[in-house]
Design a protein around this ligand. Structure first.
Ligand SMILES: *[C@@H]1O[C@H](CO)[C@@H](O)[C@H](O)[C@H]1NC(C)=O
Ligand SMILES: *[C@@H]1O[C@H](CO)[C@@H](O)[C@H](O)[C@H]1NC(C)=O
Ligand SMILES: *[C@@H]1O[C@H](CO)[C@@H](O)[C@H](O)[C@H]1NC(C)=O
Length: 370
């Protein structure tokens, strides 16, 4: 479960915004077409054609669930979930070029993003999720996206995603409604996609587009680990169960599960897993009924496979509290040793990445950069 964002200090935010504007003014505007268009990028190889595949037939709602006396009183998104819970076959609208996984990928960054979150994707591409080599390890980036529920908006966003796909080759999009209760569907479809399109990846970072991940630290942590053994680490959550109050974003009625306990799981803001564990989750996901909260669902999949998630102290999906009132929680020295922090605004991500990239970042003297 994603936890609420701690409120940052207003004057701090304003100061950071000013610096962000300064930094941004040195970058090319992402949205505007350049007056002189660069040459079209070279043709990228596409995936070899697979066996001909019929477009999935539209999935019919399961109306028998609507006969339940409690059904009508459920919030709309819960009713939607119950009616379409069994639907898993959705057309792939866009995928990256085959070059994405042509070389062995050490760490695949698979980031869940909504069609409208262009700004977040753009900042990630320029900062911690930039495709690059880190000490010989290849990092690759993918955004996992659905479609907008409003057909008019969907057309607009599909055009945007087409532009992004052409410019960056990092969009993986399916034809289903991108909603909170469909995040599990997105996760399951990604696991399936990886099986045929990117099987040689060693490790995967699964996460949200509003986190700050210290990808260099992640490589350090993962190098020396065996991708063919179980690994699933993040912010471990245990001894919790479904929230039964209908007002909550995480409300799960007994109609969805009567179980009052969730298995241990890692907060969905970001977690690391090996390809061994990706395959195990895929096997479990193909037999378990979909559960609407994606990170809890992965905990269920791990349990089904006899595996357990583990805690890593460097993953703080519940946010970070400053160690003392005199120290800013935005102090880069504070983040230097972490793996992942939920949640960052786009400009905060840019500032933090820039600060951590300064070779003269001197944490010995606790020199605050901001
Ligand atoms: C439809 O819903 C009923 C009642 O919840 C369930 O028993 C049945 O398995 C569902 N059918 C499908 C195809 O999922
Ligand atoms: C998930 O996506 C499907 C396909 O677009 C849609 O029918 C269903 O209502 C969505 N479910 C939720 C909970 O948004
Ligand atoms: C994955 O690696 C194996 C052995 O290293 C190789 O035979 C196979 O062709 C690779 N697959 C892809 C899709 O790159």
């Amino acid at each position: 479960m994603r936890l609420p964002r701690p409120r940052p200090d207003v004057s701090l935010v304003l100061a950071m915004a000013a610096v962000a504007l300064l930094l941004l003014s040195h970058m090319s505007p992402p949205g505007c077409p350049a007056p002189e268009r660069p040459a079209e990028p070279p043709e990228v190889p596409t995936w070899p054609p697979g066996p001909p595949r019929a477009a999935p037939t539209p999935c019919q709602a399961n109306l028998s669930v609507a006969a339940h006396p409690d059904f009508a009183a459920m919030p709309a998104h819960v009713r939607d979930f119950l009616l379409y819970r069994h639907c898993r076959d959705f057309a792939l609208l866009r995928e990256p070029p085959a070059a994405k996984c042509a070389q062995p990928v050490f760490l695949l960054l698979a980031i869940k993003s909504s069609p409208a979150n262009y700004g977040r994707r753009q900042v990630l591409r320029r900062t911690w999720a930039r495709e690059r080599q880190v000490r010989g390890a290849t990092l690759r980036l993918l955004f996992l996206v659905g479609s907008d529920r409003d057909p008019h908006q969907a057309r607009k966003f599909n055009r945007l995603l087409q532009l992004e796909a052409r410019a960056h080759g990092d969009i993986l999009q399916w034809d289903f409604q991108d909603s909170f209760f469909n995040l599990t569907l997105k996760q399951v479809l990604f696991l399936e996609w990886q099986r045929t399109r990117c099987p040689n990846v060693s490790f995967v970072l699964n996460g949200d587009d509003d986190v700050f991940a210290h990808t260099d630290n992640m490589v350090t942590y993962l190098q020396g680990r065996d991708p063919d053994r179980h690994l699933f680490v993040g912010h471990l959550i245990q001894n919790v169960g479904p929230i039964r109050s209908p007002g909550s974003k995480y409300f799960v009625p007994t109609l969805v599960t009567e179980d009052e306990h969730y298995p241990p799981y890692c907060g969905g803001g970001g977690f690391l897993l090996s390809r061994f564990t990706v395959a195990a989750l895929r096997r479990a996901a193909s037999v378990l009924p979909v559960f609407p909260i994606d990170d809890v669902f992965l905990g269920m999949c791990l349990r089904q496979q006899g595996l357990a998630p583990a805690s890593h102290n460097g993953v703080r999906t519940a946010g970070v509290h400053a160690p003392s009132p005199r120290l800013s929680s935005f102090d880069p020295c504070f983040y230097r040793g972490l793996l992942l922090v939920h949640r960052f605004l786009p400009f905060e991500t840019l500032l933090m990445w820039d600060a951590l990239s300064q070779p003269q970042l001197d944490c010995g003297q606790r020199g605050l950069v901001y």
